[in-house]
Design a protein around this ligand. Structure first.
Ligand code: CA
Length: 415
């Protein structure tokens, strides 16, 4: 498909993408989409009547500072909105193109906007769904012969995380302080974490809601997914190690987690579906899915020290996930937990089978035993002050590229 908007070569945002985000320009905060480097303000298009044909009950969804109301639409209405936007910007469509005045207020260059957190996240769950990651952690901290705990192949392990500290890409995070116990034979100590780490993850944002007591069948779960984001689940490994028994991570994973600003819909990612890994033993019926439920999304993590260039430290892929998103959402709701539009469900660290595809410093530097060499001659076992982490993600096939942009954060010294 070609658009009358110029799209740079290799852009993450061709006309086939149509992601959703929240853009701030001057005093205006608006739901938006992006085509190439052009941000389209949906508030302005709603003002000029471009969405009247959609027969939505309520156009106020285009005047909110978050996308929760758009995520609350039925799947059919969300798809109609996407198709309407594709139509308006298709090369052959004159409807908006001819109205240069409307264009001049609705279209803004990406450099002139600030992207905000796209949804108000009510609830946040973090899963642990990469078999390579769970195996690596089991080998490192428990028993190489029994790396996976007995439940792991039977259910998508997860925990309820903290949503107040989830921030949008570009927000910098201070190194956390807390209790650690560097020597098991001595009392714990208090101070800045010495083991700040990234976790390469993706997340999905829920659409619609369910009532308490209801469950979402796995085969219908994708209808409740608005779209996907990149996610850096920052972790302080030394704090985590001391605090996590018996209830799981607490302060070690709530000092800041970072999402990319554009929510990419499953409709845009449809051409990149692939089969997931074979699940053995067979899963319970409530977790069974058919067809291609994994997605081929290439993922990269870069580390940039303050004074030098960025370094590619990890190349992984979302297709490695053992548990797919439909299974995660089916499991989340099977006991009757209700969901709301704008919830965030993170995949867990996405590690691949090879050493350079491990999705955390913990694994890449293998618990500090194999430091990573950077171009500037320095080494890393964990993240240092003023290091910037950048996660990029894109799906690519036969000339079509659908990307997520970037998920960037810098670690500042402890406050
Ligand atoms: Ca995580």
């Amino acid at each position: 498909m070609t658009s009358w908007i110029e799209i740079p070569e290799n852009s993450d945002f061709p006309l086939e993408n149509i992601p959703f985000g929240i853009a701030k320009t001057g005093e205006t905060i608006s739901p938006a989409t992006r085509i190439g480097d052009t941000v389209v303000l949906l508030t302005v298009l709603a003002d000029y009547g471009y969405f009247d044909a959609l027969n939505l009950d309520d156009l106020s969804i285009f005047y909110q500072p978050v996308l929760n109301d758009i995520a609350a639409l039925t799947k059919q209405k969300r798809v109609s909105l996407r198709e309407r936007l594709i139509h308006l910007f298709t090369e052959s469509s004159d409807e908006l193109k001819q109205n240069t005045e409307d264009c001049s207020t609705a279209l803004v260059n990406i450099n002139e906007v600030e992207m905000l957190l796209p949804v108000k996240i009510g609830d946040y769950t973090d899963f642990y769904s990469s078999i390579e990651h769970a195996t690596n952690v089991g080998v490192m901290f428990r028993d190489p012969a029994n790396a996976l705990l007995p439940n792991w192949r039977h259910l998508p392990v997860g925990y309820h995380g903290r949503s107040s500290s989830i921030v949008v890409s570009g927000t910098n995070i201070h190194r956390p302080k807390g209790q650690t116990r560097p020597d098991d034979n001595l009392p714990p100590v208090f101070g800045p974490s010495k083991q700040v780490d990234f976790e390469l993850e993706m997340g999905f944002i829920t659409a619609g809601s369910t009532r308490l007591g209801d469950s979402i069948p796995a085969e219908e779960a994708e209808d409740h997914i608005f779209g996907m984001v990149l996610f850096n689940d920052l972790s302080a490994r030394d704090i985590q190690r001391w605090e996590y028994v018996p209830l799981g991570p607490f302060l070690s994973k709530s000092f800041g987690s970072v999402v990319s600003p554009w929510i990419v819909t499953l409709e845009a990612l449809e051409p990149f579906r692939v089969e997931g890994p074979k699940q053995e033993p067979a899963v319970f019926p409530y977790l069974q899915t058919s067809g291609k439920r994994n997605i081929d999304i290439e993922l990269e993590v870069y580390i940039k020290p303050q004074q030098s260039e960025e370094n590619l430290v990890c190349k992984s892929n979302f297709r490695h996930m053992y548990w797919n998103m439909a299974q995660q959402l089916a499991h989340q709701t099977v006991a009757g937990c209700n969901i709301n539009p704008g919830d965030l469900y993170a995949s867990g660290t996405i590690s691949g089978p090879t050493h350079n595809s491990f999705g955390s410093m913990l694994e890449l530097a293998w618990k500090g035993t194999r430091p990573i060499q950077l171009h500037d001659g320095t080494q890393r076992t964990f993240i240092q002050d003023n290091d910037t982490m950048n996660i990029r993600g894109f799906a690519q096939k036969g000339g079509l590229r659908i990307g997520f942009g970037e998920c960037v954060t810098k670690i500042l010294p402890a406050k």
